[in-house]
Design a binder for this molecule. Structure first.
Ligand code: IFM
Length: 482
């Protein structure tokens, strides 16, 4: 098959592409927020300390063959104990904001009832440390660590989880509402549904394929109820959500390929963004109505809850997706992870041989960040609040040199190119900031420690932190701002 011509994404100009930190800093809009992002389960460790109880990921990582390198997150990067050092790293880096997640099973073990004082105390200390360092806290309420008892009751297949999540949001609002600058309700509900409930790649490991779609609605309902809970506490911070967006491109000709690309755009992008921003699910093509029936039949009252006005919209961008007709040859996804059931699909994700890739095999395509922003401008004109790129970054194999340094040129180039696009923005979208995924090499879910996204290298044995070249480059860029 001949690669489809990319007609939609204009080339970056020389000045946008520059790797020169000071030159790039000069292109940053005034008051642009630079941040780094992490998630509790990927960095904290201490999974049996401070009253924390298991989440669905604790269970999943203990099952045979779930994690590609056989590792687990019981220590992760030991951030629970080393957070002062990590905040110091951020302060020295010069970022304006830090996006982290509040572990639900740490703060409300079991997912119901009273808060765990020790869990709250950990985030209290972290938030205070950040504020003392002049860094604005952005707190995510759900980054995939559903408390295990709620998972036993069905997790996000069960509507009740949305209400339990709102209770947790209220606990967090009461405890931290006076200090958190920005709240993200849910991170990437797309990934939870597709990887967790449809394809069996992530916890809880369900392989329900299209029967997983009700988890979309329950997560979004949880988002809306959490917004209401935060507002009921008059939190001082702004409120948003973080959805991941991947522009979808049909690969090859023919009606079927176009229809599969449309289906993928719906299941990856639109069924999450449309209800939040427009208050309705997309109009599904007649041929797809059976698949989407659970979303077609929802109550209008739920949609009103889901479409709560937001102060900002978080967009995670990593890559575009090319969809081709025909079942995948086996259950291995392009990034090497095993997806039970993928080979039942009538389409597959095609590679981008003409583009460089990260070590996850993801295409490096900064132009498509512009396409993602343009998609939002077109689809949600007049309804889109200011946008933060709440995640963007790349995994590469880093080689530690004899002198201990890590010269991650590819990651530096990746960040330079993507930041340049974020600075330029797109007509109709007010881009206010970019949060780099991620501060530290961490535990990358089903890939364990095999994929490193960090600006800072972490030695898995000693937990020693070593800033990479990308960290030094960003430090220069941030220092060069006015
Ligand atoms: O590590 C994840 C993160 O938890 C959610 N967004 C994508 C990242 C890279 O895979």
């Amino acid at each position: 098959m001949t690669p489809a011509k990319n007609t939609t994404s204009p080339k970056l100009t020389e000045s946008e592409w520059t790797h020169d930190a000071a030159g790039l800093a000069a292109l940053a809009p005034k008051d642009f927020t630079f941040g780094v992002a992490t998630a509790a389960f990927q960095i904290e460790g201490a999974i049996r300390e401070g009253g924390r109880e298991p989440s669905t990921w604790d269970t999943f990582m203990g099952q045979p063959e779930r994690i590609s390198d056989g590792s687990d997150a019981s220590i992760a990067t030991d951030h629970y104990h080393r957070y002062p050092e990590d905040v110091r790293l951020m302060k020295e880096l010069g970022v304006d904001a830090y996006r982290f997640s509040i572990g639900w099973p740490r703060v409300q073990p079991g997912g119901v009832g009273k808060a765990n004082r020790e869990g709250l105390a950990f985030y209290d200390r972290l938030i205070d440390e950040l504020l003392a360092a002049g860094i604005r806290p952005m707190a995510t309420l759900f980054h995939w660590d559903t408390p295990e008892p709620l998972q036993h009751a069905g997790g996000w297949l069960n509507r009740d989880t949305a209400y339990r999540f709102a209770d947790f949001a209220l606990i967090a609002a009461e405890a931290f509402g006076d200090r958190v600058a920005q709240w993200v309700t849910i991170n990437e509900p797309t990934t939870v549904t597709l990887n967790g409930y449809a394809l069996g790649i992530h916890a809880p490991g369900a392989t329900l394929m299209f029967d997983s779609l009700i988890t979309v609605h329950h997560q979004l309902l949880g988002h809306g109820l959490a917004v209401q809970a935060l507002r009921s506490e008059d939190v001082v911070g702004q409120i948003g959500i973080a959805n991941v967006h991947s522009p979808v491109i049909p690969y090859g000709k023919g009606f079927k390929t176009g229809a599969y690309a449309e289906l993928f755009d719906l299941i990856h992008n639109r069924i999450y963004a449309d209800p939040v921003l427009l208050g309705r699910y997309p109009k599904f093509p007649r041929s797809m109505r059976t698949i989407f029936r659970p979303l077609i039949e929802v109550d209008d009252a739920d949609l009103a809850i889901i479409a709560q006005p937001l102060d900002f919209y978080g967009l995670n961008y990593y890559m575009p997706t090319r969809i081709a007709s025909g079942a995948p040859t086996d259950n291995t996804m392009p990034d090497g992870v095993w997806a039970a059931g993928a080979s039942q699909l009538p389409f597959h994700i095609a590679p981008w041989p003409e583009l460089p890739t990260t070590s996850f095999g993801w295409p490096v395509a900064p132009d498509y960040l512009r396409v993602a922003l343009a998609d939002y401008a077109t689809r949600y004109a007049g309804k889109l609040p200011p946008v933060y790129i709440t995640e963007g970054g790349a995994s590469f194999v880093d080689t530690v040199q004899a002198d201990g340094s890590i010269d991650d040129e590819s990651r530096t180039a990746y960040l330079a190119e993507h930041l340049a696009v974020a600075f330029a923005g797109a007509p109709g979208v007010d881009v206010r900031g970019y949060f780099i995924w991620t501060l530290l090499d961490n535990w990358e879910w089903a890939a364990g420690f095999s994929q490193r996204f960090g600006l800072v290298h972490v030695d898995a044995d000693t937990q020693d932190r070593t800033p990479k070249r990308s960290y030094r480059w960003l430090q220069q860029l941030l220092g060069a701002r006015g």
